[in-house]
Design a protein around this ligand. Structure first.
Ligand code: KMH
Ligand code: ZN
Length: 308
């Protein structure tokens, strides 16, 4: 039997701003269409953020999520993952509110405080439609994406009692050790879903050796008790997906992580990146996981046990 590979699609996020691509989903309708399109193309999990439809600014109020959560749930069986990362400008109490309220099957969980450098994108993008965009990017020179031990514990205790499990985002090797610490304390239970992030300025780089070292370390710490997934930022997205799929991993794509489908070519949709990931996976003789496969692999509670 071919191994099954979970494709996660992160459709909008909080890294890119509306002026960077006309294809970045902004409104609830666009976010819903993007998520449903990604699921139809083969994503088992959709990772969702919300934005203010008037200006595209990241919005972590539970009300901002309501209009698309219900639509995606009605039109797709995909696993819905709600961010607790929100944006690096937000504090943890604000960031956790949508996941605490909607009790999704999966929520993201960021495993360490770090620099989160978005300002190099100012070299490429120079004209902005909305006032907040340039200062948001520029401000990342002096901003810490705060995820202290106490922040992580707060998210874990708030969400775990709802049966929500986690997409555990690890941007460096030390984050794997922080995860091992929380596993030792019994606050996170296997099977772990480790989303390792490569090529984000402030975290580990995108070199194949970085990917191999992440996997080696996670194998040593978690053995068979974890599912490994990768996310390559920007142009690293598909090369890292291909490397990790060949090494036994799962993959994440989506416009949250990369606006591109090839050198200098903007992706026209999230589904286009999912199709590309699917081609790579199937080209390797592997199968894509359905949402129910992903539920089995990650021991999720089921799409009928959420609060939306
Ligand atoms: N955009 C990713 C690098 C979250 O939503 O919790 C980080 C992320 C954070 O996905
Ligand atoms: Zn995210």
């Amino acid at each position: 039997m071919a191994r099954k590979v979970i494709i996660t699609c992160a459709v909008t996020g909080a890294i890119h701003t509306p002026s960077m691509s006309p294809h970045l989903p902004i409104t609830p309708e666009e976010i819903a269409e993007a998520a449903i399109g990604a699921a139809e193309a083969g994503a088992a999990i959709v990772h969702l953020h919300a934005r203010d439809p008037r200006n595209g600014k990241p919005d972590q109020s539970p009300e901002a999520f309501a209009p698309f959560l219900q639509v995606v749930k009605q039109r797709s069986n995909c696993v819905i993952n709600i961010t607790t990362g929100g944006a690096p400008t937000m504090l943890v109490e604000e960031r956790v509110r949508p996941a605490a309220y909607y009790k999704p099957e999966v929520a993201s969980l960021n495993m360490g405080s770090m620099n989160f450098g978005l300002y190099p994108m100012l070299n490429r993008f120079k004209e902005f439609k909305h006032d907040w965009e340039e200062s948001y990017l520029e401000g990342s020179r002096d901003r810490i994406f705060r995820n202290t031990f106490s922040d992580i514990e707060y998210i874990l205790t708030t969400c775990a009692e709802n049966g929500t499990r986690f997409e555990i985002e690890c941007y460096d090797i030390g984050h794997l050790y922080t995860l091992a610490h929380f596993v030792d304390r019994g606050l996170i239970k296997p099977p772990l879903f480790v989303q390792s992030v490569f090529g984000l300025l402030g975290g580990i780089g995108p070199h194949p050796e970085d990917v191999a070292h992440m996997k080696r370390t996670a194998d040593r710490l978690f053995g068979s008790e974890y599912q490994w997934s990768v996310l390559g930022a920007g142009k690293n997205q598909l090369p890292i997906a291909a490397q990790a799929a060949a090494m036994g991993g799962n993959v994440r794509v989506g416009l949250e992580d990369s606006l591109w489908i090839g050198p200098g070519r903007l992706a026209k949709s999230n589904a286009q990146q999912v199709q590309m990931a699917r081609q790579i996976i199937e080209g390797l003789g592997l199968e894509i996981a359905t949402p129910d496969d992903a539920r089995n692999m990650l021991s999720l509670k089921g799409g009928d046990r959420v609060n939306f």
